[in-house]
Write a protein that binds this ligand. Structure first.
Ligand code: 3PG
Length: 210
């Protein structure tokens, strides 16, 4: 599997902060039932790795990856947990090497043209644009279509249901990420009905785009 396969699975990737690993199977089921095929579980909580394992085992049809990847050790941990891809807010040589060693496809983050060019030199053409709204918004990524046509972006950070279509209208944005599909507090409440409904709404964005 390559990171392109993850991006091709849908144009909205849920970014998940989860506090209890035992909530992960029901969360994964809600996403799948809503038509979502990918989940990025951020390594921001003590239960994140266990949640990756639980979701991946319970939901084999869901591509379960890890977000907030920072180190090569994270790459080893995520691989061992059963995660199948990695997303990082920025990129370091150590992280890139660690993901390669772990055979973990990486969507590396960048927020400047120089960072993008450096990642291009390392062979990356699919990048996360983070923090999307604060780092320049839709106009920034739109301005890159002509000078940097080799890149496609998954913007994440500050994107909502309301402005996701503006991002997805850009030729260089196949996918957006966001926590609005499965907010941390809604997961904690075990309100999987709301999460499923959010997933249906998010999956419908895919259909509207095509
Ligand atoms: C994050 O940093 O958690 C992700 O980029 C998602 O950001 P969001 O909560 O603004 O959607």
């Amino acid at each position: 599997m390559q990171i392109a396969d993850v991006i091709a699975a849908g144009c909205v990737m849920p970014v998940i902060v989860i506090d209890k690993a035992h909530d992960a199977p029901a969360l994964g089921e809600a996403l799948l039932e809503g038509g979502i095929r990918t989940a990025e579980i951020t390594l921001r909580t003590a239960s994140a790795l266990d949640a990756i394992t639980a979701m991946a085992q319970a939901c084999p049809d869901l591509m379960v990856g890890a977000g907030t990847m920072m180190t090569a050790e994270h790459a080893r941990q995520v691989r061992d947990a059963g995660g199948c891809f990695a997303v990082s807010p920025g990129a370091t040589d150590a992280l890139i090497a660690g993901c390669a060693a772990a055979k973990l496809p990486l969507l590396p983050g960048a927020s400047s043209v120089s960072e993008m060019m450096q990642l291009g030199e390392k062979g990356f053409s699919l990048l996360k644009f983070f923090p999307a709204s604060a780092a320049g918004g839709v106009d920034f990524i739109k301005a890159l279509i002509s000078p940097l046509p080799q890149f496609q972006f998954c913007p994440t950070g500050g994107i909502s249901l309301a402005d996701a279509p503006d991002w997805l209208a850009l030729d260089n944005v196949p996918c957006v990420g966001g926590s609005w599909i499965a907010p941390r507090d809604v997961i904690a409440e075990n309100n999987f009905t709301t999460i499923k409904q959010n997933a249906i709404t998010a999956a419908a964005l895919t259909k509207q785009r095509s």
